[in-house]
Design a protein around this ligand. Structure first.
Ligand code: ADE
Length: 203
């Protein structure tokens, strides 16, 4: 893991890239918390849009996140429950949500909703075979790290916010859209992150 430490928009920050999937994200997040004791964690990246109202380039803020592939339903637990705990839906920090939502944006929209996390890249075939993603879990967007960051932050009592930009619609075009729209998606994301850092409350 490579860490960049410094000032960004007048805030002291530590920036790191997690790599892909729940384990990579969780491992890095815990390491940062142990070594640097951050006062909050902002995680950003791309996601597939599930809600038809989303356009590629829109932002989704994680009001809630859940591990959609954590499945001990055979034991009578609701899908996404971390067995042996009460953790299921994890909530993004309300004040961070509010600041991010207030980002002035003209060419894209900022939504709040449930972000689903699992170790699979979702396409149309998989979505159709897993109707619970939308019907039971009410997923607005789907990605591969958010809820694992949220759980690590929760376990360490650190506020967090997951900020995702829609790079594809988790459909038959998902893999090509993902590549094509990445530069545009990243510019929208950096706009929101800048606004967040410029408007964080004083510690
Ligand atoms: N990240 C971006 N698009 C995704 C998709 N369709 N499924 C999972 N993670 C994603």
């Amino acid at each position: 893991f490579l860490f960049y430490q410094g000032q960004l928009f007048k805030q002291p920050v530590l920036i790191a890239k997690t790599g892909i999937g729940k384990v990579m994200a969780a491992a890095l997040c815990q390491k940062i918390i142990d070594q640097y004791s951050p006062r909050l964690v902002i995680f950003s990246g791309v996601a597939g849009g599930l809600d038809p109202r989303l356009a590629i380039g829109d932002i989704v803020l994680g009001a809630k996140t859940i591990q959609h592939d954590l499945d001990t339903t055979e034991f009578g637990h609701l899908r996404g429950t971390v067995p042996g705990t009460d953790y299921r839906f994890l909530t993004g920090d309300p004040s961070l949500l509010k600041i991010a939502q207030s980002t002035p944006a003209t060419n894209f929209k900022i939504h709040q909703g449930t972000i689903l996390t699992g170790d699979q890249f979702m396409t149309k075939k998989k979505l159709q075979a897993n109707s619970y993603l939308i019907e039971d879990l009410d997923g607005m967007a789907i990605e591969m790290e958010g809820a694992s960051i949220a759980l690590v932050c929760e376990l360490n009592h650190i506020p967090h916010l997951i900020v995702r930009v829609i790079s594809d619609k988790a459909d038959e075009k998902a893999t090509t859209d993902f590549e094509q729209f990445l530069p545009m998606a990243v510019s929208h994301l950096s706009h929101v992150i800048k606004h967040l850092l410029e408007n964080l409350p004083k510690p």
